[in-house]
Design a protein around this ligand. Sequence first.
Ligand code: HEC
Ligand code: HEC
Length: 244
Amino acid sequence: MRQTSQISKLTSVSASLAAGLLLAMTSFSGLVSAADPAPAAAPMAETAAKPVVPGKPKVDPAVSEALYSNGDASRGVTACLTCHGPKGQSATATWPKLSAQHAAYTAKQLKNFKDGTRANPVMMGMAATLTEQDMNNISAYLARQPVSQGVAQNKDTIELGQSIYRGGIAAKGVPACAACHSPTGAGIPSQYPRVGGQWAEYNAAQLLAFREGTRKNSSQMTTIATKLSDQEMKAVADYMAGLH
Ligand code: HEC
Ligand code: HEC
């Protein structure tokens, strides 16, 4: 666990360094091209638009927080905070917690709502208003917010939930959830999402969505969910809510 959090700290430090560098470079090339005659400026602007570090999207922290918290009425973007709460720490199980989630995972979900591989009427509408840059900005903002912890509610199913999470169900070929989502539920950047502390109802609803095919953006999770009964889904979802 310690190692994972150190790695993610390192990752976010290098990400913000990269973002700072990008900002510096963009404003510098902006000055240069403003002074240059138009023909010479054109190829430069093109170079500046390309990300310098592959795989690390360019983000603007101030813009991201404002877009998350206030939306942008001029473009029809609803404030995410309305449902997901301040800093992504939603107050009720109706809406998932988004704080401290890996940025690449969050950005992928927003793209998947937009392309329809994750079907949800509310979020498909929200994602349709976002550009790829908005998605990267908001995801980077959310990744930096503190984790919101939760509690398991159902004493009767904790043991079953824990055994599935830690060891899977060998007889049915279900792998241990911990193998990808980590023993603490923090996930493994950037592919495997944080699931610890998330609302049990939301976790269970996602497992069902994978099984029923309304969420078809992960063949790994579809295969796993197909093997789980309703009771097993509820047990492991409740266990994950209390995991930290
Ligand atoms: C009207 C309420 C509402 C608003 C406003 C809203 N969302 Fe959501 N969001 C939801 C619901 C409901 C879900 C669960 C969808 C599902 O079950 O698949 C969700 C799911 C998500 C997820 C998936 C989380 C995960 O763990 O996979 C992300 C990411 C997300 N929303 C981001 C946003 C962003 C960014 C905005 C602002 C542009 C936003 N939402 C605005 C209701 C809302
Ligand atoms: C082989 C790796 C792997 C294993 C094992 C695994 N998962 Fe996942 N899980 C994933 C990936 C990858 C995603 C994200 C899919 C996507 O991109 O949308 C995910 C997503 C999820 C989500 C949705 C999270 C959210 O915020 O919406 C839940 C819930 C979940 N897994 C539960 C489980 C449970 C319960 C188990 C054990 C029975 C398990 N997973 C085992 C890889 C795995």
